[in-house]
Design a protein around this ligand. Structure first.
Ligand code: SER
Length: 344
């Protein structure tokens, strides 16, 4: 790495929850090896992140010219493509979801692929996918299949899930099958890697537009002394992960040598809990919290279609994946202390 031309990480969707966590963590990891960080987002960068990124680009991942310009200016060698329209917003505006989730991802994959091929260098493309790629047809089947494998129940019922599943396949295509029949040299393929995140819970930020949002919303509302009406049934069960584990998973997956990967798409397990169990845990720490239930049938249907938990043995085998936080530890050692500090 030369000083004049340092290699660079591009993070799209920098203002999002995962963007915040990742930029914070990469900032802490800065050493000689750590690269310049280019952050891209639709909106102005959250000022809290300003001194942690080297370059900020305001713009849309659907703007191909803008992305080409970013790639031609900077020697990007790792992309964390986090920008996405989540599941509930996606159901309110499926066209927008498709444009951003598919159009934006295709733009980035194909530009990164062109650059890797032309400049004959490796570009890693790290992509967060989601449990929304699953679509389990009934609660009975959901209960009978508590730990879903990567290739099971891939019948998503949301635009977001459909988009992410397709983009996982686009990533596999660009990393394993793309062969550019109209050039005479074999292109260097993209190094695409993907994790399927469960619902994420952060102490620092609150998600917007997702369907697993009832868990973080319940917790943050209780910490702020606000009432919370949960939009799914108390028995609704999916799996969640504490944000530090989600960030670690992205970083671990980036570092693993390509020849150790037996796949491109990995399930990663956190902890599987019902809304009622979350309510109990929240009430244990915030006894005055006022939590009730008013089911939104559309959002309920989405949660019912997602797996309770996943089989992540591929990630365990290939890169020794293990979440640091189980349910109790996530609340007691991370969420509760950090949230109490945040809203004190
Ligand atoms: N958290 C996402 C959502 O609710 C799922 O990955 O849309």
């Amino acid at each position: 790495m030369t000083v004049n031309n340092p290699k660079t990480i591009l993070i799209t969707g920098a203002n999002g929850e995962v963007g915040h966590g990742l930029i914070e963590k990469l900032g802490k990891l800065r050493t000689k090896e750590i690269k310049k960080i280019i952050a891209l987002d639709l909106n102005d960068l959250d000022p809290i992140l300003n001194d942690k990124v080297d370059v900020f680009v305001k713009g849309n991942v659907t703007d191909r010219d803008l992305l080409s310009d970013v790639f031609s200016k900077y020697n990007i060698d790792t992309v964390y493509h986090l920008a996405a329209v989540l599941s509930t917003t996606g159901e309110k505006n499926p066209e927008l979801a498709h444009e951003v989730n598919v159009g934006g991802t295709f733009n980035l994959l194909s530009i990164a692929n062109q650059v890797a091929s032309k400049e004959n260098r490796v570009i890693k493309f790290i992509f967060p996918s989601t449990i929304a790629v699953y679509g389990i047809p009934s609660l009975k089947l959901k209960a009978q299949n508590p730990k879903v494998k990567e290739n099971e129940f891939l019948n998503p019922i949301t635009m977001y899930g459909v988009n992410k599943l397709y983009c996982e396949n686009l990533g596999r295509y660009f990393s394993s099958y793309y062969q550019s029949l109209n050039t005479d040299h074999r292109p260097l393929l993209l190094d695409f890697r993907c994790v399927r995140f469960p619902g994420l819970i952060s102490a620092e930020t609150i998600p917007t537009g997702g369907t697993s949002d009832y868990a973080p919303e319940m917790l943050h509302a209780a910490a702020k002394g606000k009432k919370f009406e949960c939009f799914v049934r108390p028995d609704s069960k999916i799996h969640f992960m504490a944000m530090p584990d989600a960030i670690d998973a992205l970083i671990q997956l980036t570092k693993i040598p390509e020849n150790k990967l037996s796949g491109r798409v990995y399930n990663i397990a956190g902890f599987s809990v019902s809304a009622k169990e979350i309510e109990k845990m929240v009430k244990k720490h915030f006894p005055k919290s006022d939590i009730s239930y008013k089911v939104n049938p559309e959002r309920q249907k989405i949660i019912d279609s997602w797996s309770e938990d996943v089989d992540d043995c591929l990630a365990v085998k290939d890169w020794a994946w293990k979440a640091e936080y189980d349910f109790k530890k996530a609340f007691e050692k991370y969420l509760i202390p950090a949230i109490k500090n945040k809203y004190k």
